[in-house]
Design a binder for this molecule. Sequence first.
Ligand code: ZN
Length: 412
Amino acid sequence: MNFETPSCCLISLFIAVDLIETLAQYLNLRASKIPLSSELRELQSPSDQLRASQYMKDRIRMGIIKRTLFLAVFIALIKLSCFETLQELVVQSSNSPLIQSLLFVVALLVGQAILNIPFQTYSTFVIEAKYGFNRTTIGIFISDLLKGALVGGLLGGLVFAFIVRMLTNHGDQAWWMIWLGYTGFQFLLVWIAPITLLPLFLKLTPLSEGPLRAAIESYSQKQTFKLDGVWVCDASKRSAKSNAFFTGFGKFRRLVLFDTLIERHPPEEIVAIVAHEAGHFKLGHIWKLSIFSALSSLLFFYVIQKLISWDALYLSFGATKMNMGIGLTFAAILVNKALYFLSPIGAYFSRRNEYAADRFSVQTTGDAASLVNGLKRLVNENLATLNHHPLSVILHDSHPPLPDRIKPWAKN
Ligand SMILES: [Zn+2]
């Protein structure tokens, strides 16, 4: 491969990321099979360990096939000058640079979706079904796909059109103006999504009166934690996996519990899990994360602006410079791939926050045993593996492996 040409540099970047990813997953799979110590066997029996590692193997195998196919298609698109051909087609079909770039990006996204749907279908109806997780019907699956495409297309289309407009009208200064608009839009979205977008995908009903609701309300009152109610979502219509999360800010902050979580955990474990989630707010993790992501997007837009005026960007995709919106698409594809190398930073801070939220939960509920039991049950219900390879932890783990997480509390 000739590294002097921009397209070979771009292709090398894509191959490098895929190779590192595959290596990390392979090492993690191997680590998952190492026999557990007698202490850890209490958390997961040998037969559950085997099932968890089989489940991981099935997902990794599909992931490798998918990544290889996407990589092959990407290389073919560059080598066969398909990006250039598509660019010429959209430029001929309209005089408006905005319409041209929208057509270009829609064509790529539709192509990506067509390639992706067989994998999503296989993952849901074969892999998840094999391990007893899938509860989605074909009807819900299709309606989720359509709703996701509609909402994503609408919101993504608005943001994309705004960025192209700003780039066209404001030249070198566009990056910080784009950032202002984009950040404002994001905050608005986080604020209103729980009451506008979330109900499109999950049916939320208030948690009925009873010991669980009383326990959660008494906890949040003691912590002076503002809450727009405790809600239950019908996650069991899609998957048997369980979880809990907060959405929104301030007055609109809602606690959402999966119905699967309520089915299987006693109230004190759910309170410990809720206290962990509340810890993320009380310890400022949510605000710090928002500020961090806002600063990262400022850098992102600056880099994007610099990239689109650079001829080599277009050359690397086998195209020529014609339209800023198309350049924006190329730059976003490139930067997103390169960001893989920064993922350890986010994962590191996320793991640190998880330990802190666990500490918050134990300090405020005074009940380490319920947190430990709740986490153990969650890990086993979701067929997680206990032994993680360090490379995989560094690259992806937003949550520390269970044995590390419960270590501080195991002695008490
Ligand atoms: Zn957490």
